[in-house]
Ligand binder design. Sequence first.
Ligand SMILES: NC(=O)c1ccc[n+]([C@@H]2O[C@H](COP(=O)([O-])OP(=O)(O)OC[C@H]3O[C@@H](n4cnc5c(N)ncnc54)[C@H](OP(=O)(O)O)[C@@H]3O)[C@@H](O)[C@H]2O)c1
Length: 226
Amino acid sequence: MTTHQNQADRKIALITGSSRGIGLAIAKKLLADGYRVILNGSNNTQLQQVHEQMAQQYPLVDAMSANVSDEDSVAQLFQQIENIYTRLDVLVNNAGISPRLNGNKPTVETTPTDHWVQTIAINLTGAFFVTRAAIPLLKHSKCGRVIQIASQAGQMNTGFASAHYATSKAGLIGFSRILAGELGPLGITVNFVSPGKIQTEMAATYRNAAAVEQAYIDRTPMQRIG
Ligand SMILES: NC(=O)c1ccc[n+]([C@@H]2O[C@H](COP(=O)([O-])OP(=O)(O)OC[C@H]3O[C@@H](n4cnc5c(N)ncnc54)[C@H](OP(=O)(O)O)[C@@H]3O)[C@@H](O)[C@H]2O)c1
């Protein structure tokens, strides 16, 4: 863990699930824009490796491992953030999973209970735990921002998502709307982003990943995936 208390003018951003993929890309962009960024992931070994690499280019990067679906782990994370930074300006709820069954999307009929429970716990309840813990620190910011990484799957039947994932993302969108109403009067904005297909480790977990990718390309006006 690195502290940068002498950089008090910099905005502070926490991006959950930023040890790879979309979260890491967001982290790189915010670091390039001069933010202090706290990387997060549940696998501390992977997180520390990424932090070490990132710190070579960006001295303002920090890393704090936590499992967003574990209330105690989230409480410890925010205790650390409060001790070091005292406030938070940007929260990106990005941590997420999309479990497959033997490389295929499970149907409702074939979805194992543990996959359902874990997906809702990380993608939806995790965002709730993290946001609830973040609100006191966001209130200390002059321009608090909450950004939820939802999914097209939360808004439509993409043909490729399974019910546990789509339900978690639809829930995240509903959560965001209520949260925006509660935090707006405090000057804290809440927005969600619903990506289509973005080339990450998660996107590569389909057995027929190439065919899925082509189907997304075919229905995307720009004829490419993100
Ligand atoms: N890729 C796409 O096509 C796509 C499309 C629409 C939406 N999204 C959404 O975008 C977000 C990022 O997806 P991605 O494709 O970048 O996925 P990814 O490459 O699999 O990365 C997921 C990140 O979340 C972290 N994570 C997973 N479980 C966690 C937990 N319990 N606590 C804390 N961190 C956890 C992972 O680190 P650890 O493994 O160390 O925990 C990793 O850093 C997800 O919410 C996903 O649903 C993705």
